[in-house]
Design a protein around this ligand. Structure first.
Ligand code: SF4
Ligand code: MSK
Length: 635
């Protein structure tokens, strides 16, 4: 492949040229080979929920209008869509469950290498969850907090604890329409039941359960994952680092961690700093051990340790193609099965670690919390021992890398704006009220070879910055912004409108705030809650001049995120439509009528500049409804 326009990131384009020259296949090639993609699948009108089928509805009305059981296009599209929500919510929530498990074991002294670093966060969570703290050991408090969080997964009735963080008005909407999640797992199971043949056939009713499960993710599983990660691994604070494949080093042992759960990556950080291992690396001829991340695991160790970022989702294969990665270890989610075969063309060792995720042709070293540090050291040692096998003649590390600042949290915003002694969101609210800031938008999500890599993230982000919109970002979108230099304070001068520029200069922050991994979108929800509590901008999330976007999304997790964002009252624009367009009524509901129920809806817009226009119009509509002053610096 020699198409230089596959990515907005020149490093990626260079590496793809190298892949092409060496006849190495990547996801970009496999995407081209897949075209044309199945139209029935894209429109969501193919069903294989029972073996009377598979059935497919002809979207042009020339073939079957119903499946063998009688299900129409809207029913089939709705069932398919909420099954995506179930998978996405399950992935995030299982991540949260694993962190709760690690915290519980750490509190019992059963782990090796972990300690409770976020004591302040633990105490505030304990208070919220009615766990006694007076004269108790921190481990005992952590134990009870972990148990309380565990209970959220299996709870059968009632309401998830963290939904109480949402504004009262929002909670009432959730109760009124039976969207309030009862238990994280329960809602996911109920989706699978309802979408079995012959159960729920009303697309609105099917979506109702999709909403409920997604809220169990955003205000349950994901929120637990974020909060307990802060307890276990410490609260992130803004930290400087570097990004892109140029962070790999010719003269050091390069280890890449890829996946999602910080349980693994955080301990690898500790192991990579071990004196004996550093000495061994020297003995093998390396100057040191260089750790870097890909995907959300990159975000986790970036925001807590300043570990460099090698790249985002579509760069995972390119990292290996540099010929410089001595070991890539993976846990769960967004790891391409192609890595195993690709690694055989290089000296790279790929190691899977989770009992939940094995890969063809990949060596498996099972990770367990009980032996976390010894296992981490063993894996780092393998990387060191593999360093002499690097074929120097085929090493091709791009030179380019970019500085960044990452690690903003809902808690940090209090100090960032209010100063050390006056913790408050007031300056943020005032900036919006006065019109210096038009509003705020969360730009999140993956890469997808359907869209020029990173391009839609960056075009949308820049277009919004120009309009005095503060951008917060997570996941692979955050990494796209990092590589393009949008996560440094200096970016404000180059890209932001005058109002946003003034704020960034006064505070010394970048115009795009990195808020972590995909589960950390729960941090964005908390920012919205804190803004409302500060006052002056309405009494529900749907009142706020805010929006969300996922311009290059691809995963089922993104479907769950989209659903909980909209159901929390946030207008959300997707660069790739949900695969539902074959069902006219469900499409109409999701992109229009849903607003009458939850106060927000989805927009589908592949052109990032048009998406920016839609979002700006939405922010201005919300500003007008709140009777705020016009935006200070005009258009
Ligand atoms: Fe066909 Fe209905 Fe079976 Fe789906 S559930 S495969 S539409 S018969
Ligand atoms: S890693 S879910 S590709 S953002 Fe969270 Fe990136 Fe999307 Fe995976």
């Amino acid at each position: 492949m020699s198409d230089k326009e596959k990515s907005a990131d020149q490093v990626t384009n260079k590496m793809m040229d190298i892949a092409c020259k060496n006849d190495i296949e990547t996801a970009f090639d496999r995407y081209d080979a897949m075209e044309p993609e199945c139209g029935f699948g894209q429109l969501g009108v193919c069903c294989k929920n029972c073996v009377m089928g598979p059935c497919r509805i002809d979207p042009f009305g020339e073939g079957p209008e119903k499946g063998i059981c009688g299900a129409n296009a809207d029913t089939i599209a709705a069932r398919n869509l909420v099954r995506m929500v179930a998978a996405g919510a399950a992935a995030h929530s299982d991540h949260g469950r694993d962190i709760a498990h690690t915290l519980l074991m750490t509190s019992q002294g059963k782990t090796k290498g972990y300690e409770i670093k976020g004591k302040e966060k633990l105490l505030s969570l304990a208070k919220e969850l009615n766990v006694k703290t007076d004269s108790r050991k921190i481990e005992d408090i952590a134990h009870d907090v972990a148990e309380k969080c565990f209970a959220e997964f299996g709870q059968q009735h009632g309401e998830l604890q963290f939904t109480r963080r949402a504004p009262k008005k929002r909670q009432e909407i959730w109760r009124k329409y039976k969207f309030m999640p009862r238990g994280v797992d329960r809602e996911i199971v109920e989706i699978m039941h309802r979408t079995h043949i012959g159960v729920d056939n009303d697309y609105v009713n099917i979506l109702q359960q999709g909403i409920r499960a997604s809220l169990g993710d955003g205000w349950g599983g994901s929120m637990i994952a974020t909060d307990l990660s802060d307890v276990l691994f410490g609260m992130p604070t803004p930290i400087r680092s570097v990004s892109n494949l140029g962070v790999l080093k010719e003269d050091e042992v390069n280890i890449i961690v890829h996946g999602h759960e910080p349980t693994l990556s955080d301990i690898i950080v500790t192991a990579s700093q071990d004196k004996e291992l550093l000495e061994l690396a020297k003995q093998k001829g390396a100057k040191g051990i260089n750790l870097a991340g890909i995907c959300c695991t990159a975000n986790e160790i970036l925001m807590r340790h300043g570990i460099a970022v090698a790249g985002n989702f579509l760069q995972q294969e390119l990292a290996i193609i540099t010929g410089s990665v001595d070991l890539m270890l993976v846990d769960v989610q967004c790891i391409m099965p192609a890595l195993g075969k690709l690694a055989t063309c290089y000296h790279t060792k790929v190691i899977s670690t989770s009992p939940k995720a094995k890969f063809p042709g990949v060596e498996h070293i099972e990770f367990s919390e009980e032996d976390a540090l010894p296992i981490a050291k063993r894996i780092v040692k393998m990387a060191i021992e593999n360093y002499p096998n690097r074929k120097k003649e085929i090493v091709n590390i791009p030179k380019d890398k970019m500085d960044l600042v990452a690690g903003f949290t809902a808690e940090y915003v209090y100090h960032m704006l209010g100063g050390k002694y006056r913790s408050t969101y007031r300056p943020l609210n005032d900036a919006i009220i006065s019109g210096r800031l038009r509003g705020a938008v969360g730009i999140v999500g993956c890469n997808n070879p359907k869209v020029k890599h990173d391009w839609a993230h960056l075009e949308l982000t820049k277009a919004l910055l120009k309009k005095d919109v503060l951008v917060v970002t997570t996941g692979c979108s955050a990494l796209a912004s990092a590589k393009a230099g949008l996560l440094i304070p200096e970016a404000a001068k180059q890209y932001a409108g005058k109002g946003l520029q003034e704020i960034c200069e006064a505070v010394g922050c970048p115009p795009v705030l990195h808020m972590g991994s995909c589960v950390d979108i729960s941090r964005i929800l908390m920012v919205l809650c804190n803004v409302l509590l500060e006052g002056g901008l309405g009494d529900d999330i749907s009142d706020l001049p805010v929006a969300a976007a996922a311009p290059e999304w691809m995963s089922e997790k993104a479907v769950s995120i989209g659903f909980y964002a909209v159901s929390s009252g946030v207008y959300t624009v997707l660069g790739i439509p949900f695969p539902i367009l074959g069902g006219k009524e469900i499409t109409d509901f999701i992109t229009d009528k849903m607003e009458n129920v939850v106060g927000a809806k989805f927009g589908f817009e592949p052109d990032p500049l048009k998406a920016a226009d839609l979002i700006v119009k939405h922010l201005d509509k919300k500003r007008a409804a709140l009777k705020l002053k016009p935006v200070m610096y005009g258009e």
